[in-house]
Design a protein around this ligand. Structure first.
Ligand code: GLA
Length: 347
């Protein structure tokens, strides 16, 4: 019987820097304690089988099949990619167990793909780096699954560990591990509204950013000066999208500095400004999420914002650790559809 190889990847929450990762900017994710574990057994044939307690039915697919739009796509795509990278020669049997709620915007798909690629790397005894695997995992999403995402999720789940944040320059892929604010928790609360990147609004926003990029003749919307964007005579929608990207990038640089300096008040302010920009300029929030964010701040969070791709999913709030229990109980009482997911805190 063939040997099984096991690997794990965490979910991630993005503290700030939304929709900057395909526009040449910075992001600031943190790994969570929820995650996905994969056990991979190489097969001699070209089948990909997946069993998991998290999904109703086991899947039996072929390496040659295109994406079909269900939960097994990341598995088949990752095994195809592992073949292209020379890590496997054929299919695999996978056993998957996940504690990341699906559709929450906490990178369950990136974590699944990265965990499979890490298990395949072990099977091959390869020395491919985690960055190589993150780039390959993004290819699976972009090319196999047709999801037009950036590189943040794959880099975060391939390289970050719970207990700190990762400031990532998505243009150069340079990163720096930064301390989470002492005495505080970055609390992740699900809004109760689920979303999927494949549903189209993410792609719509990306297309609007692409239009602005063409106007300015650059791939790096985030690096433009907001004043230059205001003055450029762009139509209203691409102008607002570009303004979000450029100001969000600057907020992310400032938030990384706030973490370095231990300035939690500044971090909170930047999170609040980021939410306002996502709501008004990038138009990726929903009224229920704006309410949840407002209540979070009203109850004592230093800052709160929608996190991830938008149009549903989770918020993240920066809350003093000793107030967390009371804060959360009151928040969930006022928003019964919301639920606690996880909290990132300094290790
Ligand atoms: C999703 C994508 C990321 C990023 C965020 C928005 O999580 O997978 O690449 O674009 O949305 O910041």
């Amino acid at each position: 019987m063939s040997k099984a190889f096991t690997a794990r990847a965490p979910g991630r929450v993005n503290l700030i820097g939304e929709h900057t990762d395909y526009n040449g900017g910075w992001v600031l994710p943190a790994a969570l304690s929820v995650g996905i574990e994969v056990s991979l057994t190489p097969r001699a044939d070209s089948a990909v089988t997946v069993s998991s307690l998290n999904y109703a039915a086991p899947a039996m697919r072929e390496l040659t099949e295109d994406a079909v739009g269900d939960w097994s796509d990341p598995c088949v795509g990752a095994i195809c990619e592992a073949n292209s990278l020379g890590l496997l020669e054929g299919g695999a049997s996978l056993d998957v167990s996940s504690t990341i709620p699906e559709g929450s915007g906490l990178s369950s798909s990136a974590a699944l793909i990265v965990a499979i690629l890490k298990a395949a790397r072990q099977a091959a005894g390869s020395d491919l780096s985690d960055v190589d695997l993150a780039i390959a995992a993004r290819r699976v999403e972009n090319e196999y699954m047709g999801v037009p995402c950036g590189i943040m999720d794959q880099m975060a789940v391939a390289l970050a560990s719970p207990g700190s944040a990762m400031a990532l320059d998505t243009k150069s892929l340079d990163w720096e591990i930064l301390p989470l604010p002492a005495g505080h928790e970055m609390v992740v609360v699900h809004s109760g509204l689920t979303r999927k990147l494949t549903e189209g609004r993410y792609g719509e926003r990306k297309a609007e950013c692409d239009a602005a990029k063409r106007h300015f003749g650059t791939e790096d919307l985030c690096l433009l000066d907001p004043g230059e964007i205001e003055a450029a005579g762009l139509d209203d929608v691409p102008k607002r999208r570009a303004l979000h990207c450029a100001t969000e990038h600057q907020r992310t640089l400032a938030a990384a500095k706030a973490l370095r300096d231990g300035d939690v008040a500044a971090l909170g302010r930047l999170m609040n400004e980021s939410h306002a920009s996502m709501r008004d300029l990038f138009e990726m929030s929903l009224p229920e999420i704006d309410d949840l964010v407002a209540t979070s701040v009203g109850l004592g969070a230093l800052g709160a914002r929608l996190t991830g791709g938008g149009f549903g999913g989770c918020i993240v709030a920066c809350v003093p650790a000793n107030e967390r229990g009371v804060w959360l109980a009151e928040l969930l009482k006022r928003h019964p559809q919301a639920r606690f997911i996880d909290a990132a805190r300094p290790s």
